[in-house]
Every structure is written in C-alpha cells, then in structure tokens.
Design a protein around this ligand. Structure first.
Ligand code: MG
Length: 161
C-alpha cells in the first residue's frame, strides 16, 4: 500500500544566519531566517511526509510561536515526524526534492544532504533524490531574497507479522 505526499517551503535570506539545508551546514555569507534553524528542505520534506500520512502540516505539529522550537535543529523535528509515520505503520519508499536558489552553488553539498537525510528517513541515499535549480534571475528566489524547496514523498505500509 502506497501513499504520496507533497510539500513546499520558502525562507528569507538574511545576513548573519547560518545556512542549513538538508541538515547540512553550508558555508555562506548569508543564511535563512526563521523561528527554527529554517532548514527549508527539511521543512518541505516534513510537510510531504505529513501530507502522505493525512496528518496536516508542520505548522500544526510545531507551531512557530512555541518557544520550544526557537532555533531548533530541524533534524530533531524530522525525527518526530518519522516517529509518527512509524506509529501509523508507514516507512519511506522514496523522495524527490527540488531546491530553488540563485546562490550559493548547492551541487557540492548534494551527496552530504542525501547521506545525512538517509539516517533520519531510514532508507539508503539512493532513495533520496535532491535537485537544485535557479530561476534565471526571476522571482524572489532569482533575486536572492529567499530559497524555496519542493518535496514529493512516497510511503509504503510496513510489513506486519
Ligand atoms: Mg519553514
């Protein structure tokens, strides 16, 4: 039994914040603004998983006015979403993701992101695809005002004894 979910997220780029995408720290003079660590890829991924489960969105589960989530490492939130998936009897089958960013160059960090996410998603890195694109200077991503991410996830029902 399969389920499919879709997620989207965007965060503003500002000076003086770390840039964390896919659980990886990317050396950069600017970073993403947000209540948590603003990991745009993990946020869209979590929304895709919650979508596949029929369990709403991350704003419902981790409200951005809750001080408990201030500055939190998004991998900890991903862990909780995966625990929920496990309780519902589902495991990740595969996921495909697109990051939209004019800069910095993300290609050198893709394999790191896949390796890091594979630990939390409990699947081998080849089940986790991550792509990056620019928008040729168009829109808020193209102007370097922010970074967006899109995620699709398929879940598979775990075998029961
Ligand atoms: Mg977000």
């Amino acid at each position: 039994m399969f389920r499919i979910g879709f997620g989207y997220d965007a965060h503003r780029l500002v000076n003086g914040r770390p840039l964390v995408i896919g659980g990886v720290n990317i050396p950069c003079e600017f970073g993403l603004e947000g209540h948590s660590d603003a990991d745009v890829l993990i946020h869209s991924l979590m929304d895709a998983i919650l979508g596949a489960l029929g369990k709403g969105d991350i704003g419902m589960h981790f409200p951005d006015n809750d001080p408990a989530f201030k500055g939190i490492d998004s991998t900890l939130l991903l862990k909780r979403v995966m625990e929920l998936a496990g309780r519902e009897g589902y495991a990740i089958n595969n996921t495909d993701n697109t990051i939209v960013a004019q800069r910095p160059k993300l290609a050198p960090h893709m394999q790191n992101m896949r390796d890091r996410l594979s630990r939390f998603l409990e699947v081998p890195p080849d089940r986790i695809n991550i792509k990056a694109t620019t928008t040729e200077g168009m829109g808020f991503c193209g102007r370097g005002e922010g970074i967006a991410a899109y995620s699709v996830v398929s879940l598979v029902k775990k075998e029961t004894k």
